[in-house]
Design a binder for this molecule. Sequence first.
Ligand code: FAD
Length: 407
Amino acid sequence: MKILIVGAGQAGIQIAVSLRQGNFTGSITLIAKENYIPYQRPPLSKAFLRGDCGVEKLYLRTDKALENLDLDIRLGTQVAAIDRQGRRVEVDGQWLDYDKLAIATGTRPRPLPVAGAELDGVHMLRGIDDALSLKNAIEKAQNVVIVGGGFIGLEVAATASAASKNVTVIEAVERVMQRAVAPQISAWFEQMHRDYGVKILTGTGVEALQGENKVEAVRLADGTEVPADVVLVGVGAIPNSEIAADSGLSCPNGIEVDVFGATADPDVFAAGDCTWHPNQYAGGMFRLESVQNAVEQGKIVAKAMLGEREKYNAVPWFWSDQGSAKLQTTGLPVDVESTVIRGSMNMDKFTVFHLRGGRLLAADSVNSPADHMAARRLIGALVSAEDLADESTPLKSLLPDGKTPNV
Ligand code: FAD
C-alpha cells in the first residue's frame, strides 16, 4: 500500500511516525512545501526569536531518526491538486499515485485587510523563514507595532520589549486573548506587559499602514498615528484547505473530518490545524490550532489508515510563554456559566476554572503547572467551586475514584 502525506509539519510527521509504529511497512511519501525537515513552530515566537536556540533545535526528528523511518520526503515541493477519482496528486507538474492520502497542510497567517499591508517592514509569522526575517528586523528597529493581541503577538511583544524596543500592541476587541482565556487572565497579562513597558491598546481598530516603500506608522481608527519601523500582523490564521475543497471535499472552516480523521472519501484523511472536526469539548464541530491537536489527531489518522478505528477525544491543552510568565490552558471555554479562581493573582500564580452545569469546562493556569496537569484530568468532571478555590484541597482528590471522567 502507498500512503501519501501532504504537509510535513507537526501532524504530517506524526502520521508517518505512527504508521511505522503501527508496523506499516509500505511506502510513505511526505510532501513538504518548506525547505526544512519537519520542525516545531512554538519556539518561533519564543526562544528562537530571542536567539536562545538555533534552527537545529526546532527539528522534530534527527536526520538519523528520519532515515530509520524510511520515508520518501520531498522538501520544497507542494501538492497543487488532488484527483480523488484517479487517486493521485499533482506535484511539480507530475502525478503521484496513492492508495491512502492524508492532508496535514496546517494554516497560514490571516492578512490584514487594510491599505499598506504589503509595505516592507510588515511581517507575519508562521515558519522559520518568517521568524528569521522578523528577528533581523526587530534587532534593527526602535518602534515595534504588533497588530493583534493573541498568543503569538503577545509572545513577540514580550521578546521585543525585553530587547528594549518601544512596543505597542493594538487589539481590535476589548481584551487580549479574548477568544481563548478568561477575562481575569487577559487583565493579568495586560498588566504584566504594561509593567514591561509595552503599550497595549484594546478596542482599537487599524485603519491603514503608512509609509512610502517601507512602513513608517500605523494609523488607528481614531486617526492616531503610531510610529513603526516593524509591524507584526498576528490576527489569526486561515486553514490551508483549498486543494481539498477543489477536489470536492467539504471545507466549511478547514477540511471536514469525522472522529476518525476521515473525510467523506474513504481513502482521504486529514489532521491538525487544517481540520474542521467533531470535538466533544467544544460541543460540536471545531478547528483547533495547537500542537496537542496536531499530534493526537495525527495518531488517530494513522490508525484509521491502517483500519484501526479509534475515536479522537483527547482533552485540548495549550501553552504560551510570555516574558517570565507561563500560561497553560486545558479544555475549551465554550458557553461558560461561571469562573472560580484558585491561588493568588497578586502572587502571580493562579488558575481560573471555567464551569457550566457544575462541570469543569476549561482551566487557564498562570505559573501553576501542577494545577494545569491536574486540571487536564478533571475536564468534564462534576466539581464544586468551593473545592476548586480551596488550595488545601488537592485537585486530584476531586477526581471520582482517581479516574479521568468521561465528558
Ligand atoms: P503545520 O505545522 O503548519 O504544518 C503544515 C505544513 O504543511 C507546513 O509546513 C506547510 O508549509 C505545508 N503545506 C501546506 N500546504 C501544502 C501543500 N499544498 N503541499 C505540501 N505542503 C504543504 N501551539 C501550541 O500548542 N503551543 C504554542 O505555544 C504554539 N506556539 C506557536 C507559535 C507560532 C509562531 C506558531 C506559528 C504556531 C504556534 N503553535 C503553538 C501552533 C502549532 O505550531 C500548530 O498548531 C501546529 O504546528 C499544527 O501542526 P500542523 O501539522 O497542523 O500544521
